[in-house]
Design a protein around this ligand. Structure first.
Ligand code: AMP
Ligand code: MG
Length: 351
């Protein structure tokens, strides 16, 4: 299959530029498109055939459900039942934006889209191109992240091309995304909203609007335990992982740099390729040929935005061992460390 890459200026585009993409979606094909979180791999959520194609293109296990993207509240009522006043308040506050909510599904949503579950995950993205595409096509778009299963999520069109060229019909290239980390997933089928995946909308932000919030024990755990099963099926898979063996080193900056420098020296003495994931503030502290800054410690947003690109870069350079600094697990840091720990297979050292 030939994959067409089409540039769309997110700040200034006309609906006619999306027409070809809309036709592809209406005919059951696949289009990757930007959202404010990461690039998504879109298909018609109400078509079993289109959902099947998404799983196939990603190599995604078929029990890992897709998030359905809508452009207005009518979409929510078309897809979901039992929308509580609390869910509406959250929608009013955070939509359009990086929040996904889970509801009992309506009959019209095929089981292929929900990975065999009777619930459906719904999100209203804020990215103008994502909104334009849903609106112009008139389609509710099922879209997981547009990466091959197990690879870091794509934050630029180049990442999507790396993984999806020849596997899907079209890629809309609107440059780098703003947030860079996937949406917060909230299960609204319980009395108290339950966070299944931390994201840009933090626990405190949800609590303030919903009055209460809990967090899936499998997500809160520092280590995956065998007896705690993640409620979001996707959270159980090894995710976001570079090919090299990654370790997160925790402690005071000087102690972390010393430990990492020792580890790098040991690997390099055996002709093994090591790389360091540092920050703007600390990158000069390392004696390693491959030191990458993920962002600035003064801005958690810059770290979220840089994270997946750096994890991909580790594969591009062929790093066999990756030593990464750690980040405070508060606010957005909770989502950042959730992804970093998964990338490292929960391998961490304290110094
Ligand atoms: P991705 O599309 O790559 O961002 O992954 C979507 C995430 O949403 C996965 O972790 C899924 O398991 C989760 N998800 C989607 N639908 C549901 C649902 N109905 N119930 C629980 N988790 C869901
Ligand atoms: Mg994903």
């Amino acid at each position: 299959m030939k994959t067409v890459v089409k540039k769309i200026n997110p700040g200034r585009f006309q609906d006619v530029e999306l027409q070809e993409a809309c036709c592809i979606l209406q005919e059951g094909g696949l289009v990757a498109f930007p959202t404010e979180t990461v690039y998504g791999l879109g298909g018609d959520a109400l078509s079993q055939g289109a959902s099947d194609k998404i799983y196939h293109a990603k190599g995604r296990p078929s029990d890992n459900p897709l998030i359905v993207h809508i452009a207005d509240l009518k979409g929510l009522y078309d897809l979901a039942s039992d929308v509580s006043p609390k869910a509406l308040r959250l929608a009013e506050e955070f939509w359009p934006g990086p929040l996904t909510m889970i509801f009992p599904k309506k009959e019209n949503v095929p089981m292929a889209t929900t990975g065999g579950l009777h619930t459906v995950a719904v999100r209203m993205p804020s990215h103008p191109v994502a909104r334009g595409l849903i609106r112009c096509s008139g389609i509710y778009i099922a879209a997981p992240s547009a990466n091959l299963s197990g690879r870091p999520s794509p934050t630029k069109a180049e990442h999507v091309i790396e993984d999806m060229d020849g596997r899907i019909d079209m890629i809309l290239d609107s440059g780098p995304v703003g947030i860079g980390i996937e949406s917060t997933i909230l299960d609204m089928t319980a009395d108290v909203p339950l966070i299944l995946r931390p994201g840009y909308i933090t626990e405190d932000m949800v609590r303030e609007v919903a009055g209460g919030v809990s967090i899936d024990p499998a997500v809160a755990a520092k280590m995956p335990k065998e007896n705690v099963v993640a409620k979001a099926p996707g959270m159980k898979y090894r995710h976001y992982a570079p090919h090299g063996q990654m370790v997160i080193v925790e402690g005071k900056p000087e102690a972390v740099a010393k430990k990492i420098n020792d580890l790098v020296k040991e690997k390099e003495s055996r002709q093994r390729k090591a790389a360091v994931i540092a920050t703007e503030e600390t990158k000069e502290m390392y004696d390693c040929k491959e030191v990458y800054s993920i962002g600035s410690r003064k801005s958690e947003g810059s770290i979220a935005a840089g994270m997946y690109g750096i994890l991909r870069q580790m594969d591009t350079i062929g790093a066999e061992f990756i030593f990464a600094e750690s980040f405070a697990e508060d606010t957005l840091g909770q989502a950042i460390m959730n992804r970093m720990l998964k990338a490292a297979g929960y391998h961490r050292i304290k110094v």
